[in-house]
Write a protein that binds this ligand. Structure first.
Ligand SMILES: [Zn+2]
Length: 451
């Protein structure tokens, strides 16, 4: 049920082509979308015609029933599986999505992007000495390498563990307290903030540690770094994600430990010296050629002007990438499918994009901005679904404040499915960040992020 609401957003996003006064297309000096909209609103008119609102209602109702997206997601996740950048599965997913979009009748192009190619190896953590240790015992520590991490030697390393809760505690330590040791950042994910519905800011508060921990720890002379797993997941599950190195600081192996194991290490180190044996054998292979999948559904009046409907195709390798971001890709596919099914003919071109390598540095989006740098002004709007796959409570938008006025009539369309909230935000999606920065109105479904 809840995931079907996604489809509604993608479907409605596909119609984000308000009834602007007719322009001569193609135009060498594309229209500023805001001026005609403001003129219409100032004249007491809605930015949307009754026909457009009724088309949105039809898309909404069809999206709540249609199984197209679910079936595509099933294949993408169960049959293809994890789609790490540069992997054979990522390439298989590119071919699959391109084929499916061609089957719908869209004009498909594969646009090249060069992406990182990092592969996970063995990963193992074991506490080998601690206060109160029974003779001839060790304790397992559940951990997983962070994306981009360098390796330990194949036989692993052993070091004393130092635990800090945050940057301040690290800075308070004397330099020799970290040198030669394994540093754990035990920054707790703010579950209360997430429970209040702001999972995104809870995530943002912790993910900075995952990103910058190797630099801070490397600069302090640590031999490896651990971070408490980012996110509210329990059941001793570690959560991976990209980490960062600086050319000025030695690169050290980096892993996330489960919340329970971070608590274990914190408690034991509060009692005395604790030694951990850590083995991580990931490899960073040469950058690999890959693609964004672009599929245009031609607009009837202004085919040169595009509205992007998108998700990212790559995914981390610990799961099958259903939520992050298979769901975003398939609902964007479904937007085109539903327009075809219902005979909805957009005035502008609806451009489906399956972005590549969002997780490892947004190389696909960077390539897109470079390839389309002379064409940015023909981008009328962009939406990316990459904030989960739970019930959307509304729409996040980034751009001029007038966008709120423009969107307001959509609340009546979205209210019956409990998704009528409109929220202005500085950003909407990582892959459409470049377009947002260029002034292109951008959007994202506002997901229930409590879990
Ligand atoms: Zn994502």
């Amino acid at each position: 049920m809840t995931s079907k609401l996604w489809l509604v957003f993608a479907a409605i996003a596909a119609t984000l082509s308000p009834s602007l006064p007719a322009q001569n297309a193609p135009s060498t000096n594309p229209p500023n979308i805001f001026e005609p909209l403001n003129a219409m609103l100032a004249g007491g008119k809605s930015a949307w015609t009754p026909d457009q609102l009724s088309a949105m209602e039809r898309l909404r109702d069809a999206a709540m029933q249609d199984t197209y997206a679910l079936n595509k997601l099933r294949y993408l996740t169960d049959n293809i599986g994890p789609r790490l950048s540069g992997s054979p599965q990522a390439q298989r997913a590119v071919d699959y999505v391109a084929g499916e979009m061609r089957a719908l009748g869209a004009n498909v192009t594969l646009e090249k992007a060069t992406v990182p190619h990092w592969v996970r190896g063995e990963e193992k953590g074991e506490v080998v000495s601690w206060p109160g240790q029974a003779h001839r015992t060790t304790q397992k520590v559940v951990l997983t390498a962070l994306g981009g991490s360098v390796a330990t030697p194949p036989e692993g390393i052993t070091g004393e563990v130092v635990v800090v809760d945050d940057w301040q505690q690290l800075h308070a330590l004397a330099p020799d307290q970290v040198k030669g040791k394994i540093l754990l950042f035990n920054h707790k994910f703010d579950k209360e903030l997430a429970a209040q519905g702001d999972g995104l800011n809870a995530y943002a508060g912790s993910v900075v540690y995952r990103g910058a921990a190797p630099i801070a720890a490397g600069a302090a002379g640590a031999i490896a770094v651990l971070v408490r797993s980012v996110g509210g997941a329990d059941y001793r599950l570690p959560h991976t994600g990209m980490t960062q190195y600086s050319p000025a600081v030695p690169k050290i192996p980096a892993a996330a430990v489960s919340a329970e194991d971070a608590d274990l290490l914190k408690d034991l180190t509060s009692q005395g010296p604790v030694k951990l044996h850590l083995t991580l054998t990931p490899q960073t292979l040469p950058d690999a050629p890959s693609f964004n999948v672009i599929a245009d559904w031609k607009g009837a009046e202004h085919p040169e002007q595009v509205v992007i409907v998108s998700g990212h195709l790559d995914s981390w390798d610990l799961g099958t990438g259903a939520i992050d971001d298979g769901a975003g890709v398939v609902v964007a596919m479904q937007a085109v499918h539903l327009m075809k099914e219902l005979g909805v003919h957009p005035r502008r071109t609806v451009r489906f994009v399956a972005w590549m390598s969002e997780e490892e540095g947004s190389e696909g989006a960077t390539a897109y901005m470079s390839d389309h740098k002379d064409d940015t002004s023909n981008h009328m709007a962009a939406i990316e679904s990459d904030l989960g796959a739970d019930h959307p409570s509304g729409i996040i938008y980034a751009g001029k404040t007038e966008l709120g006025d423009w969107l307001r009539p959509l609340q009546a369309v979205l209210d019956p499915i409990g998704a009528e909230t409109l929220l202005s935000a500085p950003e909407t999606g990582e892959d459409i960040e470049g377009l947002t920065a260029k002034g292109v109105p951008s959007f994202a479904p506002r997901q229930d992020s409590r879990f």
